[in-house]
Design a protein around this ligand. Structure first.
Ligand SMILES: [Zn+2]
Ligand SMILES: [Zn+2]
Length: 142
């Protein structure tokens, strides 16, 4: 295969990701787990299963819920992705992708909007879902 992928890396460069498909759309999550893990809301791009991870000796995955794991570099601490157990789909963190000037990015959804604190808000015109709506959506797709 020729170079039809996007390369991304953690801060120290030990863990590298090859991402085969970039949608340009990213999802914000305001849930308590994302806020704690990221120090703020999570920005992540759904990338499907077409993600290759190199440097796995430096990768740790934390099972943050029964349905997903969160991957990070154990050398520099960079948070890399949120990965769903059942589908194997990766949601790569937007900051890690480093796409700002390369691809037009669109905020396509804000999950757990009822967990967003009052101290910040985004004025992007994009749909939002409450906890109840998110749980409904994912329980019906199983
Ligand atoms: Zn690193
Ligand atoms: Zn979340």
């Amino acid at each position: 295969m020729d170079k039809h992928y996007h390369e991304a890396a953690c801060l120290c460069g030990k863990v590298r990701l090859k991402i085969h498909k970039l949608s340009g759309q990213f999802i914000v999550c305001h849930c308590d787990t994302c806020k704690k893990w990221n120090g703020g809301p999570q920005f992540a791009m759904p990338c499907g299963t077409g993600v290759e991870v190199q440097g796995i000796e430096y990768l740790s995955e934390f099972p943050s819920s029964p349905w997903a794991k969160r991957g990070f570099c154990r050398n520099c601490g960079t948070h890399l992705y949120y990965k769903l157990n059942q589908s194997g789909n990766y949601n790569v963190l937007l900051g890690v992708l480093g796409l700002d000037k390369k691809v037009k990015l669109e905020m396509s959804m804000q999950y757990f909007i009822d967990y967003k604190p009052d101290c910040y808000s985004f004025d992007n015109n994009c749909p939002v879902m409450t906890e109840a709506e998110v749980l409904e959506k994912f329980s019906s797709s199983n």
